[in-house]
Structures are given as structure tokens and as C-alpha cells.
Design a protein. Structure first.
Length: 460
């Protein structure tokens, strides 16, 4: 382990001012060719320009603004739980130290210090990696009676990745060669990088949107066409010209010297198209693809009877569990071990921080299996089961809950008076029946986890 990590930031006030002054609008005049060049450079390690483009797209595109924020907030609502690796006094000390640390840390945006908060903001900033591949925090440690730290969120254009690992640029955006990140002084969260695909969809959507706006500007208001049998310059022709001009339309015209069979001297001109215009379907296609990438199934494609709601819920829960695990592993690798080392001088952590997502899938079957095993005399670990159901262990100063007082009459949903799905404790169960029952419950659990939803019916 290296010496005590740093207590002063590398991102100075001067570097922040330079980064703010050097920022520009990267999507003004952006073409697909320019975007592909930025994406290629990102893969070569020059990450700044693509990161700037992705950042502006996320803030200005109406669809990305919503789905990205929801994805981040889903995870930031989870509470950081401290779990012990083993049952020992030393592990309890490690857990208490981590609990104090996460309760007192501060998260701040290095470019906008008005954005300041605690662990919830830290998680939301770490979730930026889902869109941009990486989210980087500079850790400024604050030793004292209660060890804590300030996590300074550093935008990706402060770094380059030419050597296969992020390095800090002394000159943001324009710098070519960075310096290695000090161990214990930085935290890098690695995500899926959805904005690489979404930026392509953004450009594809922007083209029909612009065409749609131009079409609406030109043909949204009907033009005016006047027809008269009078010659141009005649009293009748001038009268028709003045009448058409009175409509105050840019799209207007007069036909002179008509043959006299005019039924409507003044008529409106509309742009009638054969079939549906292509603008709306193209825009909707890109929006649905962005939603599916960030949130799972696209609810806008589901029918009104909510047949697809369970599909979207299952995929959202899968994304939430994976995001929580990504955040937990980053905290374990970059934070937990340094807290324990500074507090106790220990090389190994006997406790860890974890975002626990309460398990909803097959919870009823899990409870049935646990109840059956307990009634059959099996021993289950309290700590392991609490972690399985996403419940923290009781604190020393907390008041324990007690089960409700049992009634004299036994509630039954079977004809023979026995609770459904549970054995009678007074009856001895043969080993063969016990094994058969456990196998049956496990089979039901497996079916519940692997069951595929029925295909959705689409309407033409």
C-alpha cells in the first residue's frame, strides 16, 4: 500500500476556469462524418471531444434528458448498506468505520460546485459511466476523528486514454499527454457507454426533425392563389393582386388572363402528399431505440391493455441490479480498502459497501422454501437470509420487532385444516418426502426465473 493518499486536489481553480473558457458547442453544425471521426478518436484514446459531444446531447435532446436521468435516479435512491465478510469483533470495527465514512462523505462537481451533496449525489455522478463509458472522481481525503473525503466529479474531457488507462490532463480538452492517476486519489467507474450508439441515433433523428420543421414552415400554412380573367396591369388584375396580398402570405400568386370559367377566384394551396410523411416514423424509431437502450423495453410500443408492462418491469429490474453491482464493486475497489487501511492499517477489508436491491422475483417461493426448511429442522443463517432479502442487520441501539401474537384458531386454506404449502410440525416427514418437496419447490423457483413472457400482439 502506498503512503497516505492526497488531501489536496489536482484539479485546481485555474484548470476549472480554463476548462470553462475552452468549452464550445460541439453539436452546432455536427454531421455524421464529424461524429464518426470523434467516435474513432475516442477508441484511440482521445476521449475529450466525444465526451463533450455526448454531454451536450444528453442535456439538450428531449428523449435522452429523460431516460438518462431516470436511469441514474433509480440507482441513487438505493441505500448504501455495510455488510460484514465474517462474524468477528474486527469485522464489526471495519463495518462501523465504513458506515461512518459513507454517512459523512461529500460529493461535488468540480466544474460546478453548486452541485453538492452526499452519497446519493455520488452514486448519481458515478452513473454517468453508463452513458460515457467512464465516470471519474478525484478523492480528496479529510483525516480526523471521523475519516471522510470529498469526491470531486471530474468531466471526461480532463483525461486521455491512449495507454489503456485514464490519465489526467494538465490542460483540459487540448492536452495530449496526461499523468497517471495516483492510487487512492481517484475513483474510475466503468459502464456500458450507451452514448456511442445514442449519438448516432441523435444524428439520424436530427435529419428528419430538421426536414420536418422546414416542411412545416413552408407548407404548415396554406398558400393563396388568385385567378382573374383580367390582364396583368389592368384594373381587374391589380384588384386581384391586392386581394391576394391582403392575406399576408409568403406563399401566394395570381393567374392572369383566365378563360372565364373560374368557380373560385381565390383558393388555398395545400401540399397534399400520397401516404404518410416519413418524418414522424423516423423520429419515433430513434426515440424508441434510445428508450430501449437506457430503460429496457419501450413502453410506448406497448398496447393500452398493459400486456407488455411485465416485460419492461423485468428488464428494468435487471438493469437496476446490474447498475447497483457496478457501483458497489467500484466503491469496494477504490474506496473501502483505503478507508480500512487508514483507520486500522489492515490490508484486507472484513466489511464492504453494497447497494442492496430488494429481490422481487420469486420472493413468494423463496419464503415458502425457507419456511418449509425451518419447519423441517434445517438451520438457516440469519445474516445470509437478511442479505438475500435486502434487509440490513439490526443496530445495537435499535428496538427489535416481534412476531404478532398467534390466534387460538388456525387459519386454513385447505380442506383438511393444514396450511397450504407448509408441513405440519407435529408430523414426522420421511426423508424421501422431504427431498421430493424441496425438489418440487426448487423446480417452481427455476420455472419462475426462466419463464418467458408471451409475445405481444401488435395492431396494424
Amino acid at each position: 500500500m502506498n503512503p497516505a493518499p492526497k488531501t489536496t486536489p489536482d484539479i485546481s481553480a485555474e484548470a476549472v476556469q480554463m476548462a470553462l473558457r475552452m468549452r464550445y458547442n460541439p453539436i452546432r453544425g455536427l454531421t455524421m462524418q464529424n461524429l464518426v471521426s470523434q467516435l474513432d478518436n475516442f477508441q484511440l484514446g482521445y476521449v475529450a471531444f466525444a465526451a463533450l459531444t455526448w454531454d451536450v446531447m444528453e442535456r439538450r435532446d428531449y428523449m435522452l434528458k429523460g431516460v438518462a436521468a431516470k436511469r441514474r435516479k433509480d440507482v441513487s435512491r438505493l441505500k448504501i448498506e455495510i455488510l460484514q465478510v465474517e462474524e468477528s469483533q474486527e469485522a464489526e470495527g471495519h463495518a462501523e468505520a465504513l458506515r461512518d465514512f459513507y454517512d459523512n462523505l461529500t460529493a461535488v462537481n468540480a466544474l460546478d460546485e453548486n452541485e453538492r451533496g452526499g452519497s446519493s449525489l455520488l452514486i448519481r455522478q458515478m452513473m454517468d459511466s453508463v452513458g460515457k463509458y467512464y465516470a471519474v472522481h478525484e478523492i480528496v481525503w479529510q483525516p480526523g476523528e471521523k475519516l471522510t473525503a470529498e469526491f470531486r466529479f471530474a468531466p471526461l474531457w480532463f483525461f486521455e486514454n491512449r495507454s489503456g488507462k485514464l490519465r489526467f490532463l494538465q490542460v483540459p480538452i487540448g492536452g495530449a499527454e496526461g499523468k497517471d492517476l495516483e492510487p487512492g486519489g481517484w475513483m474510475v467507474t466503468k459502464g456500458d457507454g450507451l452514448m456511442e450508439t445514442c449519438s448516432i441515433l441523435y444524428c439520424l433523428k436530427n435529419m428528419p426533425l430538421k426536414d420536418w420543421v422546414s416542411y412545416s414552415e413552408k407548407f404548415g400554412t396554406p398558400g393563396v392563389l388568385g385567378q382573374t380573367s383580367g390582364a396583368k396591369g389592368s384594373d381587374a388584375g391589380n384588384a386581384m393582386r391586392d386581394a391576394v396580398a391582403a392575406f399576408n402570405q409568403n406563399f401566394a400568386g395570381v393567374v392572369y388572363g383566365a378563360d372565364g370559367t373560374i368557380k373560385e377566384p381565390i383558393s388555398l394551396i395545400t401540399a397534399n402528399s400520397q401516404g404518410e410523411l416519413p418524418f414522424a416514423p423516423l423520429v419515433e424509431l430513434c426515440d424508441r431505440a434510445m428508450t430501449a437502450l437506457w430503460r429496457g423495453s419501450d413502453l410506448s410500443t406497448m398496447s393500452a391493455d398493459n400486456k407488455g408492462a411485465s416485460v419492461q418491469q423485468d428488464e428494468s429490474e435487471t438493469l437496476l441490479v446490474d447498475d447497483a453491482r457496478m457501483i458497489s464493486e467500484a466503491l469496494n475497489a477504490y474506496v473501502d480498502k483505503w478507508v480500512i487501511w487508514q483507520k486500522f492499517g489492515a490490508e484486507h477489508c472484513l466489511a464492504k459497501a453494497e447497494l442492496v436491491v430488494p429481490t422481487k422475483e420469486a420472493a413468494e417461493l423463496d419464503l415458502k422454501i425457507d419456511a418449509f426448511l425451518l419447519n423441517a429442522g434445517a438451520k438457516l443463517g440469519a445474516r445470509e437470509r437478511m442479505e438475500h432479502y435486502g434487509r440490513p442487520a439490526i443496530e445495537d441501539d435499535d428496538e427489535p420487532l416481534h412476531p404478532p401474537v398467534a390466534t387460538t384458531e388456525r387459519v386454513s386454506d385447505n380442506i383438511d385444516g393444514k396450511p397450504k404449502g407448509l408441513p405440519d410440525p407435529s408430523t414426522e416427514i420421511p426423508n424421501e418426502s422431504l427431498l421430493d418437496r424441496v425438489e418440487e419447490l426448487m423446480r417452481q423457483l427455476a420455472e419462475a426465473l426462466t419463464k418467458s413472457p408471451k409475445p405481444l400482439k401488435t395492431e396494424n
